[in-house]
Design a protein around this ligand. Structure first.
Ligand code: ADP
Ligand code: ZN
Length: 804
């Protein structure tokens, strides 16, 4: 007997999807993974069939209207992967599917009928329908036909489709005209110098911001983008134009920022080390995974390329994940160079329609390799044989909204379902992966750089007692860093200067012994608060007064706090007026293609100093960079996050990996007040294993991942008090649940999040720690039962990568 009911998930936060009756003519042709058009509150929406059921629901089910797909759009393993995501992360299935399926392929859209053969129509309504449709060359929607004829037509439509008289097509919502040209804001040839700007823009800081944004974007930006992505008002743009500092021009819209990027040819032969790794990957069993731990510049990318090639030779497809497409143009170009048009690059610049096109090409097997950021883990690559995750330690592999999946974990699940192999690669693998090495993950190593190039020497400069060039500067500026920068510039070499994202929280540090005030329960840095004055733990809400002296040595204490990249830019510009400086941070890279323009300028030698946040530490390969300066390593080190040391180590190792990639060699200078910290010592020695061993030991007590699982429940609302009260209630709810079920779980908090306010919402959190299985039980229960209200939002973040 064929099932009479279909469960349909919609891209909405509903937990189960709705059950629909499958009308007689469609029975037998509906399968899970197909799309279905269903009525929802008077509208027609496209959802995904996630299951078939024989039993009717307790309330009368509505009829499903149409199934536009001949075969399932989502294959069984892909559907099962989405179901796992929903279950594991406590997200509604509709949202998990939203991550898997391009927006243009479902949701609100229309079903268009096209006439194939009018002679096959029989019956009165069918005749009317065909007469209505015949003059409509591009076809007509079912909805419009029903309105025009004044009666329901779906039954008739099914019959006509069945007979071959009609064809149904889904029109994606975004088929509106595409703009071919756009207006640009172009910087004037002469722009005021940095110091002139202070006077010029005293009353109009926004114009100044815009001018500096344009500068970093290479002098032009699309007006629409400035307006939409940067929230720059027309008045500010006009202001700049009126002053003669910019003009408005016209240009063709850039469709695919990678279209012009020619491929980089691969090296001729793998080294013996690469060969061993490639063979080991080939030898993995289906569903197995390897961790490729290779120092920066050891040629990991070539290993990926060869392994993908082997998968293709076996007639299978591959997914290659990179942390962020915009930051890794070189990696993308290497894949283009080898695989050319077999690749679909899924980047954020694609419109919904383009994304759907790429999706279809992959689904049909016309493209065999998907390259993209985390969401590409759901790419419908046919006969998936290999998944590569480059820079697997990157936090960008965790989705920041529901479903809050981690691409690394999804990859393992999907690979098992599809009998594919998995390779995680990094110079500085996450502790989670390192703890799995030799267990669930086969460990492969590339210990040396290509051509035996040495790792750059890393010098730790203790800014507490090193000679400083500028005593009162907003950022520490030592003589060592200044001299090294001067020398690099004099030699015509390039330098990278890294300054961490502005610290969210201030910490208290001893001037002499460098001890940082930490929480006695949580071993994370305590945060300095002004009102009410005191030190506070953002995990467990422990509080204590601000001491006047260091608890360890009695030395004087000072408050550490991050500064912005703009201040660094100013300092560098004043010190080296002739140097060409580019800044890369969130402010300068909002626009499409902005990263690429900045990186291209560095590549072509038009920039002497690239300064910026962690963005500049990503997998770039610039042979002319000989100096990397880390201006202040401490803000990252003392973030109130148990992963602060791990992040700092990774950041330093990665950024150091940018130096000395060419024959001229290179060096790294790290300014810090904590030169004795293990993260800095092991980073300076390029010792990833040593760091992992030391850090893992520290994660045992108090217990943190990878030894326990975490789930972070973030409570937010527009009102401070309501947020705190709701967080109390959530914590009490958790405690009750844990007690009732006798779960081995510790409930921490509630406490304010380190980022206590974000986008006009106050944020508190409750953290649960325990074995993964027990955490899973809480997540499943919380996803459905956690008390909710209109004003207060509670998000469930399982395996969080950041606790800010
Ligand atoms: P990683 O990704 O490990 O940091 P890359 O893959 O970027 O390292 O390789 C570093 C450099 O070495 C690149 O310029 C790359 O072209 C080059 N390279 C890699 N493998 C080989 C090889 N087998 N022979 C010659 N050069 C190679
Ligand atoms: Zn604490």
């Amino acid at each position: 007997m064929t099932d009479a009911y279909a469960r349909v998930a919609l891209p909405l936060p509903l937990h189960n999807g709705y059950l629909y009756r499958i009308p007689e003519p469609l029975r037998g042709s509906v399968e899970p993974g197909m799309r279905a058009v269903v009525p929802v509150r008077g509208r027609e929406l496209i959802g995904v069939v996630v299951g078939l059921e024989a039993e009717p629901p307790p309330v009368r089910a509505l009829d499903l209207l149409a199934v536009p797909d001949r075969e399932p759009l989502l294959t069984a393993p892909l559907l099962a992967t989405a179901e796992w995501v929903a279950g594991y992360y406590g997200a509604p299935l509709g949202l998990a599917l939203r991550a898997a399926l391009p927006a243009a392929m479902w949701g609100e859209s229309k079903v268009v009928m096209r006439l194939l053969d009018a002679t096959l129509a029989e019956g009165a309504v069918a005749g009317e329908l065909v007469r209505w449709l015949a003059p409509r060359v591009g076809g007509g929607t079912v909805g419009a036909a029903a309105r025009a004829l004044g009666k329901p037509v779906w039954e008739t439509v099914w019959r006509l489709v069945d007979r071959g008289a009609l064809d149904l097509d889904i029109v994606p919502p975004d088929t509106g005209e595409k703009r071919v040209s756009e207006r640009l804001l172009v910087l004037a040839d002469h722009v005021p110098g940095l110091l002139e700007r202070d006077a010029l823009f005293r009353r109009s800081p926004k114009q100044r911001q815009l001018l500096e944004l344009l500068e970093t974007l290479g002098g032009t930006a699309a007006v629409k983008e400035l307006r939409e992505r940067e929230a720059i008002s027309d008045a500010v743009m006009k202001g700049l134009v009126d002053r003669g500092l910019a003009r408005v021009g016209e240009a063709e819209r850039i469709r695919d920022p990678f279209a012009g990027v020619g491929g980089t040819p691969p090296p001729a032969l793998p080294t013996p080390g690469q060969q061993v790794a490639i063979a080991a990957i080939d030898a993995l069993a289906a569903g197995e995974a390897a961790l490729l731990q290779g120092v920066t510049g050891s040629g990991k990318t070539f290993v990926y390329l060869e392994s993908v090639q082997h998968a293709l030779a076996d007639g299978r497809g591959a997914i290659v994940l990179v942390p962020e497409i915009a930051l890794t143009p070189q990696t993308v170009s290497r894949f283009r160079g080898v695989f050319g048009d077999q690749i679909a690059v899924l980047h954020s610049g694609l419109s919904d329609g383009e994304r759907a096109d790429a999706w279809r090409l992959l689904r049909r097997g016309e493209r065999r390799v998907a390259v993209g950021a985390r969401s590409a883990i759901f790419a419908p690559v046919r006969d998936l044989g290999l998944v590569v995750i480059d820079e697997e330690h990157e936090t960008s592999y965790k989705n920041g909204e529901a479903p809050r999946y981690h691409a690394r974990d999804v990859a393992m699940v999907r690979a098992r379902l599809e009998q594919a192999r998995v390779v995680f690669g990094s110079a500085t693998p996450s502790l989670e992966s390192q703890a799995q090495a030799g267990k669930g993950l086969r460990l492969l190593r590339l210990p040396d750089r290509i051509e035996q190039r040495p790792m750059p020497p890393v010098e730790l400069v203790d800014v507490r007692n090193a000679p400083l060039v500028l005593e009162a500067a907003p950022v520490p500026w030592s003589e060592s860093l200044d001299a090294a920068l001067g020398a690099a510039l004099a030699n015509g070499e390039q330098a990278l200067l890294l300054l961490n994202r502005r610290g969210y929280a201030s910490f208290l540090q001893c001037q002499s012994c460098a001890a940082v005030a930490g929480c006695p329960n949580c071993s994370i840095a305590l945060t300095v608060h002004r009102a009410p004055e005191g030190l506070r733990c953002h995990y467990c809400d422990h509080r204590e007064p601000v001491p006047s002296r260091c608890a360890q040595c009695g030395g004087a204490v000072h408050v550490g706090r991050g500064v912005g990249t703009q201040q660094l830019e100013r300092l560098v510009a004043e010190r080296y007026p002739a140097a060409r400086v580019a800044r890369m941070d969130l402010d300068t890279t909002g626009g499409k293609g902005a990263h690429q323009r900045i990186l291209a300028a560095v590549d072509s030698g038009d920039v002497d100093i690239l300064l910026g946040t962690q963005m500049i530490a990503k997998g770039l390969d610039f042979p002319r960079v000989t100096l990397v300066g880390v201006v202040d390593a401490d803000t990252a080190l003392h973030l109130p996050d148990f992963r602060a040391a791990e992040r700092t180590f990774q950041l330093l190792a990665q950024v150091a990996g940018r130096a000395g990639r060419g024959p001229r060699g290179g060096r790294v200078i790290v300014q810090t007040r904590s030169p004795g910290h293990h993260a800095l010592i092991f980073a300076a020695a390029h010792d990833t294993d040593g760091f992992a061993e030391a850090e893992l030991e520290l994660r045992r007590s108090p217990a943190y991942p990878p030894f326990v699982s975490l789930v972070n429940l973030v409570v937010s609302s527009a009102e401070e008090l309501a947020t705190a009260e709701a967080a109390e209630a959530v914590a009490a709810w958790c405690v009750r649940l844990v007690q009732q079920r006798e779960l081995p779980i510790a409930v921490l908090g509630p406490a304010p999040c380190p980022l206590a306010r974000l986008k006009d919402r106050w944020r508190w959190h409750v953290m649960l720690k325990g074995p993964s299985r027990a955490i899973g039980q809480v997540v499943r229960y919380a996803a459905r039962r956690l008390p909710k209200s209109r004003q207060v939002r509670v998000t469930i973040d399982r395996d969080p990568v950041t606790l800010l």
